[in-house]
Design a protein around this ligand. Structure first.
Ligand SMILES: Cc1ncc(COP(=O)(O)O)c(C=O)c1O
Length: 401
């Protein structure tokens, strides 16, 4: 039988020849040549479909640029990991990473952006530390584990009231119809509840400064950023790797407390230091900058919002149609980022796990508080991956029919 050899792809200095029995990797004139059999084609060519809840999927091209910068950053013949954060080459990165947030949010110079270590969890403490006055109080909405943790920290710093909560029904919905007090120092919400898979579909017009933890849906859809006094987000879901947290604050809400501030906890210190009061998380900020640049160059938030809607529609439609699976939260509050669902029979779980593995689907195990499955569909997840998950769900249903 005549074997067919052909070139599959010729890009990035890679030539891949398929359909031969041999399996060789060699280089020629700077090209890496892989000769692989059809058997290995699947594992070689198709990437794992990464539905991880966080750290989550990043664009392939960003990962490539980031790995190049580890060896030779900005044509310096030095690694990004071994140069000063005060070098002009890196200051450029930090400036761009800060400016991109303002561009994507379409806000002006009344806002400041900076990147800190310590994760979004440190912001649970820094927000009240900077905004909560000694005699005032803060108003919180409790929509899940992360909101509860934010409330816990705020209570340590000062007076805090929970004005609405969905804890009564295992955080399976987003509370509505509550009144935002006019006398509180600020009002705190969590836009997307990563663990439960609920999302605020709209934001109230708040009479007091509105603060939002956007860790798991930042730049996934258009929001009117001017309605917020402060937005923070751990980078590791939608905008970068773990290790940096984005904070954007409107300057007029700062400086209202009389407490003596610890420098590292003081937003004004980080603003004055242009996000470099101390050594910033250099590499995570770089990768965040690349990811935000990727988003802007591909059409910005308007573009990704459409893509994210298509992905969510595809999966939720299948979840509703397929008798083997059921959603876990109020339909109107379903998150476009984290879709949670349960198998309709407990014994399906192990079987579907095995099938998902066959389809190279990774990271869909639900959080231990919810069980079942959670498919996280962050910005960088291609719609093709969602289609693969839907195909697996359909195939699973057939085996049960
Ligand atoms: C909505 C939300 N807020 C806060 C956090 C905590 O973030 P970090 O681990 O960066 O402290 C998470 C983590 O998953 C989250 O999903």
């Amino acid at each position: 039988m005549k074997r067919k050899n052909y070139i599959y792809s010729l890009n990035e200095k890679r030539i891949i020849i398929l359909n031969v029995k041999l399996k060789i990797k060699t280089t020629l004139n700077g090209f890496t040549i892989y000769i692989i059999s059809n058997f290995t084609k699947k594992s070689f060519m198709s990437k794992v479909h990464n539905f991880s809840a966080g750290p989550g999927i990043l664009p392939q091209e960003v990962l490539k640029q980031a790995s190049d910068a580890c060896i030779n950053f900005d044509n310096m013949d030095l690694s990004l990991l071994e140069i000063s954060h005060r070098s002009k080459n890196y200051v450029k990165v930090m400036d761009e990473a800060r400016q991109l947030v303002k561009d994507l949010f379409e806000v002006g110079d009344e806002y400041e952006v900076f990147y800190l270590g310590g994760g979004a969890s440190t912001q649970f403490a820094m927000v009240p530390y900077n905004l909560l006055t000694e005699n005032g109080y803060a108003a919180y909405v409790n929509t899940g584990v992360w909101a509860s943790k934010a409330i816990k920290e705020a209570k340590i710093v000062g007076n805090t009231k929970v004005i609405a909560s969905s804890e009564d029904n295992k955080f399976s919905y987003v509370p509505k119809g509550y009144e935002i007090p006019t006398d509180a120092d600020y009002f705190h919400i969590t836009s997307n509840n990563t663990i439960y898979g609920t999302q605020m579909k709209s934001f109230p017009k708040s009479p007091i400064p509105m603060v939002c933890d956007m860790s798991s849906d930042l730049f996934s859809r258009k929001v009117n950023a001017n309605d917020f006094a402060l937005i923070y987000a751990g980078a590791q879901k939608n905008i970068g790797p773990a290790g940096s947290t984005m904070v954007m604050v409107r300057k007029d809400v700062l400086g209202k407390t009389t407490r003596k501030m610890l420098s590292m906890m003081d937003y004004n210190v980080h603003i004055k230091g242009e996000s470099m009061y101390n050594t910033p998380p250099v590499f995570p900020v770089y990768v965040t900058m690349l990811t935000l640049r990727w988003l802007k160059e591909n059409g910005g938030v308007e573009w990704i919002e459409k893509v994210n809607q298509q992905k969510a529609d595809l999966l939720y439609n299948e979840m509703d149609r397929n008798a083997c699976f059921a959603g876990t939260v109020a339909v109107e509050d379903r998150s476009n980022m984290n879709a949670c669902f349960l198998p309709t029979q407990p014994e399906y779980e192990a079987e579907f796990d095995a099938l998902a593995k066959k389809y190279r689907i990774d990271g869909i195990k639900g959080h231990r508080d919810v069980g079942g499955y959670r498919a996280s569909m962050y910005n960088a997840l291609p719609i093709e991956s969602v289609q693969v998950l839907v195909d697996a769900m359909k195939e699973f249903e057939k085996t049960k029919g």
